[in-house]
Design a protein around this ligand. Structure first.
Ligand code: GTP
Ligand code: MG
Length: 138
């Protein structure tokens, strides 16, 4: 059993899509074992996305992530990291497979509704960024 960090991004909370996105996770067999709605500062967004520092879209990305509430959550299931990325769909909604979250809900490559960890090491780091162990109820 594996865990991954998911974020419902500000474009999706603004459009009141949290429940519909969570339904996609649950339909795919992913269990939401921790969840909270928070507002990131620009500094926190920069720290979270530090791996992208230096990319041309870094300022746009971190300003967007601090532009409104996000829902941070831990998803648990068999192959949760890969399964979540399948449910999310490709980064650019134009390339996302039908039925995926980004195909149905994302507005653009930047405002693409969800984040998901991409490997076991980053999942562990990203979960620890937002949650204490006591908050994970599997
Ligand atoms: P995350 O789950 O959010 O990490 O998405 P990803 O793994 O599918 O994409 P990646 O890690 O390559 O990029 C991180 C985030 O940066 C994306 O989800 C987008 O929100 C944003 N991003 C990536 N490429 C672009 C771009 O060309 N323009 C803009 N504005 N944002 C981008
Ligand atoms: Mg990524």
């Amino acid at each position: 059993i594996e865990r991954t960090l998911s974020i419902i991004k500000p474009d999706a909370t603004r459009r009141n899509l949290t429940g519909r996105i969570n339904a996609k996770f649950e339909e795919a067999g992913l269990r939401i074992i921790a969840q909270k709605r928070i507002r990131l500062t620009k500094e926190q967004a920069e720290q979270f996305y530090a791996v992208h520092r230096g990319r041309p879209f870094f300022a746009e990305l971190t300003e967007f992530m601090a532009s409104g509430p996000v829902v941070v959550q831990v998803l648990e299931g068999e192959n949760a990291i890969l399964k979540n990325r399948e449910v999310m769909g490709a980064t650019n909604p134009k390339d996302a497979a039908p039925g995926t979250i980004r195909a149905e809900f994302a507005e653009s490559v930047g405002e693409n509704s969800v984040h998901g960890s991409d490997a076991p090491e980053t999942a562990a780091q990203e979960i620890a960024f937002f949650f204490a162990g006591i908050e994970l109820v599997g």
